[in-house]
Design a protein around this ligand. Structure first.
Ligand SMILES: [Zn+2]
Length: 404
């Protein structure tokens, strides 16, 4: 039996009486078909309603509503009901109003992209936070998106009436619809935004465009089938703008600046950080050079073996030091470890000596449970932060030195 869809005629009908005509178990979930319903089932990009059925003083939650292929609307319920039961339905009005705003806003926005740039909408998705349309086009510029947003908001502020009418398919063909549905039996349900858009659609819509409130475009991104435009309408637009403002205000407070100056402040900070990084690296190089001189002057024998652990230095320093110690020298072996950040080992020797740093590093890592390797002259290994005691690292360096 076909369900009489009350929402087809009135999107603002939240309460209704009906009787249960079918009741069955669908994979462990009680499913109910009513003779008439105001509950909207997921279809055409719009998400289903939620709400409550009351029967014999008991409340039953509706958790999902599905449009089955036979023209029935299936209500998934928290408890089973029996055929013949009289129910009173109450749709979650706030959720419905939100969906009506998003969905109607989509009609206006899609029509704006067609009118301005001849970019047809190929699909619509309504998410929990935002909605998207996919436009069939090679690209959409930020300026085009802004123009479409402006036109859509003008149409909203004009408060144009939105009519619903049912016409036979043949008649619909003559009317110049934005898009004809692929397959259709019976009359088409048309949504007519006065002198702006005519579209076949089974969803719930505003009575006049002013009820959409506003449209705010968000991210524009390239996707396989064209360009995806993210947007929010009505109260969602207000909530999104509020969140954006709070975020910007927080960032501006960190810089003690006005919100509009945040990008400039961030650019400045990034440039400063980059310059500071460069100057720090220069100092580190100088420090490595001085440390190399000191260590070499203290190391006797041939080859000169330097075993040194730096608990407060990071990997970058011991890598620089290893280079300074071995490059241009004839017989130096450096076994170095750093303790700050991720504990790291660097083994290096002046080129062409008989020891194999790569092999020594592999042995060391096998013992410590880290990962590493390298060439005969230079090898590096790393351990996860906090995974090893510093004393163990130090004794491993001495143990490795004894193997040379
Ligand atoms: Zn629609």
């Amino acid at each position: 039996m076909l369900t009489d869809r009350l929402y087809y005629h009135d999107s603002y009908l939240y309460d209704f009486d009906a009787s249960v005509v079918e009741a069955f178990d669908s994979n462990g979930r009680p499913a109910i078909v009513l003779d008439r319903t105001a509950f909207y089932p997921t279809s055409g990009g719009q998400v289903h309603d939620l709400g409550v059925l009351t029967a014999d003083g008991q409340q039953i939650a509706i958790t999902e509503v599905v449009d089955d292929e036979d023209g029935r609307v299936l209500h998934f319920a928290s408890k089973p009901l029996t055929v013949g039961t009289q129910v009173h339905g109450a749709v979650d009005a706030a959720r419905r109003r939100d969906h009506v705003q998003q969905h109607s806003g989509q009609h206006v926005l899609s029509a704006a992209f067609i009118r301005l740039f001849n970019m047809p909408t190929v699909s619509f998705h309504m998410g929990e936070e935002s909605c998207t349309i996919d436009l069939e086009t090679a690209g959409t510029s930020a300026a085009q998106a802004e123009k479409a947003e402006l036109l859509a908001n003008e149409v909203i502020s004009e408060d144009r009436p939105v009519g619903i009418r049912f016409v036979p398919l043949e008649e619909a063909r003559q009317l110049g619809l934005r898009k004809l549905p692929p397959k259709q039996t019976g009359d088409l349900r048309l949504i007519d935004i006065l002198d702006f858009d005519l579209m076949a659609c089974g969803g719930t819509h505003v009575r006049a465009t002013g009820q959409i409130g506003s449209i705010l475009l968000r991210k524009i991104e390239k996707v396989k089938q064209g360009v995806r435009v993210e947007f929010v309408c009505g109260l969602r637009a207000v909530n999104t703008a509020r969140r954006d403002y709070t975020t910007l205000t927080e960032a501006a407070a960190l810089y003690c600046s006005h919100i509009y100056d945040v990008p400039e402040q961030v650019r400045k900070s990034l440039a400063e950080a980059k310059a500071a990084g460069k100057s720090q690296h220069k100092l580190l190089k100088e420090l490595a050079e001085l440390s190399a001189e000191r260590l070499l002057s203290q190391a006797a024998g041939s080859p000169q073996v330097i075993t040194e652990f730096f608990p407060d230095r990071e990997a970058v320093f011991i890598k620089l030091l290893a280079q300074k110690l071995t490059a241009g020298k004839s017989s130096v072996i450096a076994l170095l470890a750093s303790g700050a950040g991720q504990p790291t080992l660097v083994f290096a020797q002046s080129p062409g000596q008989k020891s194999n740093m790569g092999q020594l590093m592999k042995d060391a890592m096998a013992q410590l449970g880290g990962r590493g390797g390298g060439s005969a002259d230079m090898a590096q290994g790393g351990l996860s932060a906090g995974s090893i005691e510093m004393e163990k690292l130090k004794s491993l360096l001495h143990e490795t030195a004894r193997k040379l």
